[in-house]
Write a protein of this length. Structure first.
Lengths: 453, 119
């Protein structure tokens, strides 16, 4: 297998909110290589999808990835010229509306013939009865009332994406699909792997898993100065996988970009959000990484091979979202001599004030700078917090109603006059939350379709 | 034998799904891998998260990657939609695990990335 037989699978975004100038170096590298390739965008976390549904409810033309135009607009000309398909779950809660925007961008770029396919079928809200479905085991403790249903979206697999590409799509817009399927779809379309060729499907799924978080495999979320250094983190090149017909790949990035690809960056991403490494479940296959080899194959080049596959799980996972509670947060700083004692006193005063007013909220107090994220909601470790030059006292409260949450935060504001000496820099915010629970859905309840816009 | 923070010996990354957290711990050098296997046990990791309600820890061993993968249940105070923690995803917890102490045989000290021999 020569280099010219490889397919270049790139990634332009790893979450909603990623760097908007990242995709261009990826598609330029694919285009100048002269080899076939595609670029994927993964912008849809569970919470992001729920927020999309809320946005769509307020305005039926919204609900897709808010940065879609900024992410995809600049690469449309080169992708069209070089024949690089774009695949993204940036349709979020409203893929048809995303397709309308893409059509408008294409016309603006002088590409009115752009073929855009929309994958339908992930939105199953009107097809299911939650009482009939099992809750995914990891969320067993989270399932509660099924009132206030906002949305239910099942994770689709790679098949509709491959179908769309084989039918000539230049852009494939999806809502909820399994993140690795965004890469497996184009790989199956290109190499013609069979849908029961489990080892190939596993290898393509591993490619997608390594790419789905964008720069997290090329030096993003990695730097630890003095231990794991990353060159030019302000200009990290997003990943490109050079995939062979047998599914082995080399992870790399565009020449001249920042970041780093080595065995360490790749190994961290292999295990990212993985539970049983012998059984990573997607709609397409069960992936086993316990026998893979990860080896340096040159500067910023790492070869990954040896993925094994087993049949896909019988059920599909669905994210179901409900109206959640209100959360409020307020912070105030104490600095200099005796800062920790003053912040601690502020926290005690807030606790007593909330008790006195009998506000119906759940609460947590932190001493940011001394101890916060490693503590629990009961602040069981805070008594041992070390002295610090600056400490920021934080109150977090949640409740079913907005008013008592706001009233709780107002107590932190009142510390500006009534609290310990030298408090300053008070900030607060209140927002509504969405609650999500994962369910298992039988495959026969799901039927994806591809529609050209 | 020298006692150091696990941070000197291994690197780590955390990820969340619902109320479940996984933390990978990866040896900086293949020679350090047996030390992880022996000393970074599921019980020790569970002890780090018991105050947050963790109900169980499973340790997966990946000899091919010189890595351990810890899956920690019920540790995220209800997950991103319910937690009052600043870090709703629990992503900072990779460095809580790296705060564990481990004993390194002196012969292996040159394998540590921040090793400085005495002048």
């Amino acid at each position: 297998m020569g280099v010219s037989d490889t397919f270049l699978m790139g990634c332009g975004a790893g979450f909603s909110g990623d760097r908007i100038d990242a995709p261009l170096s990826v598609v330029d590298a694919i285009a100048t290589s002269g080899r076939p390739g595609a670029i994927m965008f993964e912008t849809l976390a569970e919470r992001t999808l729920a927020l999309g549904h809320v946005a769509r409810r307020a305005d039926p033309t919204q609900g897709y990835e808010p940065l879609l135009a900024e992410l995809v607009g600049p690469i449309l000309p080169v992708c069209t010229r070089a024949g690089i398909p774009i695949i993204g779950n940036f349709g979020a809660a409203n893929p048809p509306a995303a397709a309308v925007l893409l059509q408008r961008l294409a016309v603006g770029a002088g590409l009115p013939e752009l073929r855009i396919a929309v994958v339908h079928g992930d939105d199953i809200r009107d097809r299911i009865t939650l009482a009939d479905l099992a809750v995914w085991e990891g969320d067993a403790g989270l399932a509660g009332s099924t009132d206030g249903l906002i949305a239910a979206n099942v994770y689709l697999g790679a098949r509709p994406i491959a179908d769309a590409l084989l039918a000539g799509a230049q852009v494939v817009v999806t809502g909820r699909v399994a993140d690795p399927s965004l890469a497996l779809g184009p790989l199956v379309a290109h190499f013609g792997w069979a849908w029961e060729d489990w080892d190939r499907l596993a290898a393509g799924t591993l490619v997608g898993h390594l790419l789905e978080c964008g720069s997290q495999v090329t030096g993003g979320y990695f730097a630890d100065p003095g231990f794991k250094d990353v060159p030019r983190p302000e200009a990290i090149g997003f990943p490109i996988a050079e995939v062979s017909a047998d599914g082995a790949c080399v992870i790399t990035k565009a020449a001249g970009t920042g970041g780093r690809v080595n065995v360490r960056t790749v190994t961290e991403q292999v295990l990212y959000e993985m539970h049983d490494p012998a059984a990573y479940l997607t709609p397409d296959v069960t992936l086993d990484v316990t026998g893979i080899a990860v080896e340096q194959a040159g500067a910023d080049r790492v070869q990954v091979r040896g993925a094994r596959g087993h049949p896909a799980p019988p059920s599909l996972k669905a994210t179901v979202s409900f109206e959640g509670d209100w959360i409020g947060e307020a912070e105030i700083s104490y600095a200099g001599p005796n800062a920790l004692a003053r912040a601690r006193l502020a926290a005690e005063v807030i606790g007593k004030r909330l008790d006195l007013r009998r506000l119906p909220v759940r609460r947590r107090l932190d001493l940011i700078g001394a101890l916060s994220v490693f503590d629990d909601d009961g602040a069981s470790l805070a008594a041992r917090a070390p002295e610090a030059p600056e400490v920021r006292m934080r109150l977090a409260v949640s409740g079913a109603e907005r008013l008592p949450v706001e009233q709780s935060l107002q107590e932190v504001l009142a510390l500006l006059c009534c609290g310990p000496a030298g408090g300053g820099g008070m900030r607060s915010q209140v927002r509504n939350r969405v609650r999500t629970v994962s369910y298992l859905v039988p495959r026969n309840m799901v039927s994806p379709q591809v529609v050209f816009a | 034998m020298t006692r150091v923070a696990l941070h000197q010996v291994a690197h780590a990354r955390a990820g969340d799904k619902g109320n479940r957290l996984n933390v990978s711990v990866i040896a900086y050098h293949p020679d350090l891998w047996p030390l992880l296997l022996e000393q970074v046990t599921a019980d020790r990791v569970h002890a780090l998260f018991r105050h947050r309600g963790a109900t169980g820890v499973i340790r997966y061993e990946l000899a091919n990657l010189h890595a351990l993968n810890f899956v920690i249940d019920e540790v995220l105070e209800g997950g991103v939609n319910a937690s009052l923690n600043l870090d709703i995803h629990g992503k900072t917890n990779s460095f809580r695990v790296l705060g564990l102490d481990v004993d390194v045989p002196d012969a292996l000290l040159p394998r540590l990335p921040a090793f400085r021999s005495d002048p």
